[in-house]
Design a protein around this ligand. Sequence first.
Ligand code: ZN
Length: 312
Amino acid sequence: MILAIDIGGTKMAAAHVDEDGAVLSTRRAATPQDADAETLWKTLADLVEPLAPGVTGVGVGCGGPMTWPSGEVSPLNIPGWRDFPLRARLAGRFPGLPVRIHNDAICVAVAEHWRGHGRGVADMLGMVVSTGVGGGLVLGGRLINGGTGNAGHIGHIVVEPDGGPPCGCGGHGCLEAVARGPALTEWALARGWTPGTAAGDGLYREDRAVTGRALAADALAGDPVALAAMRRAGRALGIAIASATHLCDLDLVTIGGGLSQAGEPLFGPLEEALREHARMAFARRLRVLPAALGQEAGLVGAAALVLVGDRY
Ligand SMILES: [Zn+2]
């Protein structure tokens, strides 16, 4: 039984994951906001304590950037941790056990390859489209790390080189700058979108907040600005995926995260842009699918780092 941990800017999750990838006894806690490093660590330590007895290894997914594989983390969305030695602290708490850590988007990609649509697929890119846009690359059935553990960063492929929006990385026109949820909602608000209008009174009432999920719901209900926003994201994704496919000769791309359930308003324009740009015969076989695994994907992938360490 592996102790799997998934750490994000709004919540931390921990669970037991068995050798088949089943997630058991999940525990969650809100990530303390504006907290110092030790307060954050105590929240995590308290979260995992009841799950500690009997585990044989620890797998961790955490927001980047981080040094890898040593696991000093500086998650963009958790300012209290800068160069925090997360892997070493967990190794201290679980002496003698293997402790492995990777970028959270890579854990989602690993999960999708191990237990999702990627089962039996040799060459795939697992993507996450949410607050950010990330990914992990599996080639020849093995996770590709790159020199510093950062291979698969499709969010920073440039899709709008001329006049594209500024990106958190310091560049501009990156896929992430165009297609991340907050960029889409901002784009739509500036063009007159009001959350929930198309969905109608009584429907999606909980979604009147400005979220990517609300935008996706309004697009499905036919709101023209929401549809245009999804089209903008879909086309950017299709262009980036076409580039990745030519570079890596992929069979499959999976899309997880908040926008993965956006349906035809996102995936229609994505397929259209992909077919427009992926013209080489070998690239036409690519399939793009919404991820099979949901919220638990990060935990499943984190466990796989330990359970299937020879591939991931
Ligand atoms: Zn960027």
